[in-house]
Design a binder for this molecule. Structure first.
Ligand code: PBG
Length: 333
């Protein structure tokens, strides 16, 4: 019978590593990766984050050293999150010129600003004493209290200008307020920052996968609250396109889907819908699940890490924000 099958034999192209590499459709590239980094005010050495093995809260000095190494490894960008020593009801450390992120951005702009993209997460949840992503319209402990959308936009505009002044190339609004991209674009343009780009966290879901991140930034939402009043409901995929269209109309340069692995359908739909770069955030809980299962010996870390990053790329993401950025770059060497 051999030779008598006029059928396609897909296995032929899998018969050697050389052939598999030749025909591979998708490759993760270090230049498309963004490393999320945490900088904490008032510490003199980096502090580990228990629920994010291998990730630390950096000092101003240690983040500088880390980012230089990431740039040397060819990683495309970093995104900074701040952990201030003092928090208040409006998150004023987020736009203070002496705020920890602004100080670090200035250091990094001088150190690697010519060869690496510097992104600043733009939100107030790390900076507010109630842990919400905007200013509140009532007392924090009242269950009817919600985030005041339009009052928050005014704060976001101030943060954008502070971050651009400090040296951010890209600002990334993550608060899911309606109109945030337009407000930020307006503030940046009025202050003369017409070249500062906006990476909009457009389709950001109210997810259980942000738990370790909240440890990393010392955020507890007041009175056991949650973000379901502003982040997207995970039962909805089409709604993501409504958010994307709104952000593009307001001037977003790049759009993001977050989290990534549980939302590959959304990444694919967004990719098919737009012609701007699509980013996806492989979030803290996705990273922590990988690390925990690998630490138990239940899965092979390196195989699954590469499989996950490749899946995010294959779904259509151009840019991937991931705590695995450094691991990937080193594994490639
Ligand atoms: C909000 C923000 C969050 C993350 C990125 N930006 C937390 C949230 O929305 O509660 C989560 C990232 C992660 O889990 O890795 N500033």
């Amino acid at each position: 019978m051999a030779g008598n099958f006029p059928v396609s034999r897909p296995r032929r192209l899998r018969s050697s590593a050389a052939l598999r590499n030749l025909v591979a459709e998708t490759r993760v590239d270090v230049s498309n990766l963004v490393a999320p980094l945490f900088v904490r005010e008032g510490i003199d050495q980096p502090l580990p984050i228990a629920s994010l093995p291998g990730v630390v809260q950096h000092t101003r000095d240690s983040v500088r050293a880390e980012v230089k190494e990431l740039a040397d490894l060819g990683i495309g960008a970093v995104i900074l999150f701040g952990v201030p020593s003092t928090k208040d009801s409006i998150g004023s450390q987020a736009f203070d010129p002496e705020g920890i992120v602004q100080l670090c951005l200035a250091d990094l702009a001088a150190e690697v600003g010519d060869r690496m993209v510097l992104i600043a997460d733009l939100c107030v949840d790390e900076y507010t004493d109630h842990g919400h992503c905007g200013v509140l319209d009532g007392p924090a402990d009242d269950p009817m209290t919600s985030v005041d959308n339009d009052a928050t936009l005014e704060i976001y505009g101030r943060i954008a200008v502070a971050q651009a002044t400090a040296g951010a190339h890209v600002v990334a609004p993550s608060g899911m307020m309606d109109g945030q991209v337009g407000a930020i674009r307006g503030s940046l343009d009025s202050a003369g920052f017409t070249s500062t780009s906006i990476l909009a966290y457009s389709a950001k879901y109210a997810s259980g996968l942000y738990g370790p991140f909240r440890d990393a930034v010392d955020v507890q939402i007041a009175s056991g609250g949650n973000r379901k009043g502003y982040q997207q409901d995970f039962r909805n995929a089409r709604e993501a396109l409504v958010e994307i269209d709104a952000d593009l109309a307001e001037g977003a340069d790049m759009v993001m889907v977050k989290p990534a692995l549980s939302y590959l359908d959304v990444i694919a739909a967004v990719r098919a819908h737009v012609n701007v770069p699509v980013a996806a955030y492989h979030v803290s809980g996705e990273y922590a699940m990988l690390k925990a299962a690998a630490a138990n010996g239940w899965i092979d870390h390196d195989v699954v890490a590469l499989e996950h990053l490749t899946a995010i790329k294959r779904a259509g993401a151009d840019v991937i924000l991931t705590y695995l950025a450094r691991w990937f770059a080193e594994a490639q060497q």
